[in-house]
Write a protein that binds this ligand. Structure first.
Ligand code: PLP
Length: 285
């Protein structure tokens, strides 16, 4: 069965889903995206993703072509049309296609909205049992990483370097501290059982999974500190992990080839993963 995508008001076979070469997403990376997980055919933590979408488009003065209520309806319809049980819905909104290539915002151009789905067994992923290695790379991104922009070249290069090194993710480093993963938030558990993850700000994307995990941990009386940490601190930690919509909570067992603690996923990471999966199942829409 050919997959169905959504393009500007229509559901079309993926192979026929097209936008103009003048689309500003293509020419300038003038667009915003979101990725929400799908578990048992339902959207995980989608209100949080749609709230971040609204914030991101607001920060670049890009009007959404549909309400967030309608966007959720379209996401759900796409899940149904693709009979998607587990995976994700990708959505992207760009400033649309003008008649040429002027940098300044075009007038009277309707934003582009596209969506597609992909399958992934997030809960049963083998990497959840084994953990992943990460490599470190300099964080060469722009200064507004809080905006979920489609300008991802720095992350493409970081994750390619990780793939070439046989690692599952790249941790980006700025001023001696970890900012975040190429497509994930970074956490450590210190020797005195404090969960540490970098504070939100323009240096990182405010991860939806990060936010949920921090809340779930605090509700269980775990100590959470939102501050930057170094690679040295991570290597001296009890555990390390990443969070994102497409991995949930995923153990990090080595950094640049050096083991984190025993080099195996730790009990707190496993527990937080279970807690997150329970939360995801209980609240999915
Ligand atoms: N940080 C970056 C740079 C990301 O690209 C992502 C997800 O793609 C995340 C963090 C995790 O965010 P979320 O948990 O909302 O998926």
């Amino acid at each position: 069965m050919e997959k169905i995508a959504y393009v500007n008001g229509s559901f079309v076979p993926l192979g026929e889903a097209k936008v103009s070469i003048l689309d500003r997403g293509f020419l300038f990376a003038d667009g915003i995206y979101e990725v929400a997980a799908v578990l048992d055919g339902r959207l995980v933590d989608n209100a949080s993703h749609l709230a971040r979408l609204e914030r991101s488009v607001g920060e670049i003065s890009l009007p959404l072509p549909e309400t967030t209520e309608r966007i959720q309806e379209i996401q759900k319809e796409l899940v149904t049309r693709n009979q998607l049980a587990n995976g994700m819905v990708y959505l992207e909104v760009t400033r649309g296609a003008d008649a040429g290539r002027d940098f300044a915002f075009p007038k009277g151009v309707k934003p582009t909205l596209i969506m597609f789905t992909s399958e992934k067994d997030i809960v049963g992923a083998a990497s959840a049992r084994t953990g992943i290695g990460v490599i470190t790379v300099p964080d060469i991104r722009w200064a507004r990483r809080d905006i979920k922009s489609v300008a991802l070249l720095a992350q493409v290069l970081a994750k390619q370097a990780a793939a070439e090194a046989g690692a599952g993710e790249a941790w980006m480093i700025e001023d001696g501290k970890v900012t975040e993963g190429g497509s994930s938030s970074a956490f450590i558990l210190t020797q005195d059982d404090v969960l540490v993850t970098r504070q939100n700000g323009s240096e990182i994307l405010p991860g939806c999974t990060r936010k949920a995990v921090v809340k779930l941990a605090e509700e269980r009386q775990l100590r959470v500190e939102e501050r930057a940490f170094s690679v040295e601190e991570a290597l001296a930690a009890k555990e390390a992990f990443i969070t994102s919509a497409t991995v949930f909570v995923q153990a990090v067992v080595s950094i640049d080839g050096k083991p984190v603690a025993s080099g195996k996923p730790g009990p707190m990471t496993r527990r937080l993963r279970e807690i997150y999966v329970d939360f995801a199942r209980a609240t999915a829409v």
